[in-house]
Design a protein around this ligand. Structure first.
Ligand code: HEM
Length: 363
């Protein structure tokens, strides 16, 4: 076989577009039943929260003003003076956290089930891109209310990216600086930063997610569900209507839960009021500036480890994740499940007990 034929066959195996007849696929699609079957629900739940974000985000756009003089006022006005405004704003904030929560759970489950195995390498890679963009949506959205915690946490985040440049050799050192100046739009976090984060948050990133989700889901339909466990399950259920009905039941339960949360518990109740005051460029920086909970897994190591160690470690981990379909080609699902459990334990411990660990190690 010539190299050209090998390349064509490589892509034909991975993107078998000739199989794409949606009704046929639905009629024949089956979901394996085994001890990790619940993992197959996690992608759908992430999708559900993305859809809630799009709908609530569009409603918020009717009131939000992307200027440093009015951004904070417009959010406060919507939440306090518009009927249903508090609910929509609170639903958007809770759902952003839940989209990230389910995105991480889905990532851990697909890793544990070795769902990245040939021919699903590109499902995995589009998934990793989706997770990266989802985190960036969280980061850009955090700035939009233009309050003390939003602006100061964004400054810290952008400074950390810029510091990576000091560790890179030659012309590579310019890359983080260029990224930061492109997004910041000036020497300080200010109006250009807000305008750029706004465009990224409401247009560019959601569009990128939409395109990537379409490819991701197309690949899931083309390849069907992966087997999930080492010993192939003999029991399967039809995707339509059995699995999809259970999927809808899970969605109903979760939507019920998030509606109650959005109605009763302000997401911001977890922050002391001074952090929520409008940003004052001339005032002192209040204490307790932190990113959102879903960045604690990098924030606390950033506080505790030497910066170069953390950068090298992060690059190695990202490299391993991207190349997982090839690195773990021969690894059993049992071992992958143990690695996924270790990752999940780390995320849980650093997110819930990060502050205590930090106070203990750096009293
Ligand atoms: C916005 C984020 C994402 C959405 C909306 C999404 C959506 C979905 C959906 C609906 C499925 C089919 C049902 C299921 O297996 O759960 C799926 C499958 C899959 N996803 Fe995602 N996903 C996202 C992110 C990710 C991430 C972060 C990864 C891993 C890095 C990933 C890897 C996969 C893989 C490998 C499959 C195939 C599962 C199998 O065949 O058993 N996805 N995704």
């Amino acid at each position: 076989m010539t190299t050209n034929e090998k390349i064509v066959n490589f892509f034909k195996d991975r993107f078998p577009l000739e199989k794409f007849f949606i009704l046929d696929l639905l009629a024949h699609k089956e979901v394996p039943v085994h001890k990790l079957t619940f993992g197959y629900y996690t992608g759908g739940l992430t999708l559900l929260f993305f859809m809630i974000q799009v709908v609530t985000g569009i409603i918020l756009l009717f009131y939000y003003e992307p200027t440093i003089s009015d951004a904070n006022l417009s959010v406060e006005y919507l939440a306090n003076f518009i009927k249903g405004g508090f609910f929509i704003h609170n639903l958007h904030t809770w759902s952003s956290s839940l989209m990230i929560f389910f995105g991480i759970t889905h990532f851990l489950m697909t890793f544990a089930m070795k769902s990245f195995e040939k021919p699903r390498e590109f499902t995995w890679i589009t998934g990793l891109l989706l997770l990266g963009i989802t985190f960036t949506l969280g980061f850009t959205g955090y700035l939009l209310p233009w309050n003390q915690i939003a602006v100061n946490a964004t400054k810290v985040g952008l400074q950390s990216v810029q510091s990576v440049g000091q560790l890179l050799p030659g012309p590579l050192a310019q890359i983080p600086k260029t990224i930061v100046s492109t997004f910041q739009g000036g020497d300080e976090v200010g109006q250009p930063t807000l305008s750029r984060f706004y465009v990224l948050h409401i247009a560019f990133l959601p569009l990128a997610v939409l395109i990537l989700i379409s490819v991701h889901l197309l690949l899931v339909q083309l390849h069907g569900m992966s087997q999930g466990v080492d010993k192939p399950s003999l029991k399967v259920e039809k995707f339509f209507p059995e699995f999809i009905l259970k999927d809808l039941m899970a969605w109903t339960l979760v939507v019920g839960g998030v509606l109650v949360l959005a109605l009763c518990l302000p997401f911001e109740a977890f922050l002391p009021y001074p952090l929520l005051e409008p940003f004052n460029a001339l005032g002192p920086t209040p204490g307790g500036i932190k990113p959102e909970w879903y960045f604690y897994f990098v924030y606390y190591p950033l506080e505790l480890l030497p910066f170069p160690v953390l950068v090298v470690l992060s690059m190695i981990i990202i490299g391993i994740l991207v190349l997982s379909p090839w690195i773990f080609r021969k690894t059993s699902r049992k071992i992958l499940t143990i690695i996924a459990a270790i990752m999940a334990s780390y995320l849980f411990i650093i997110t819930v007990f990060g502050q205590q660990i930090y106070s203990y190690l750096k009293p």
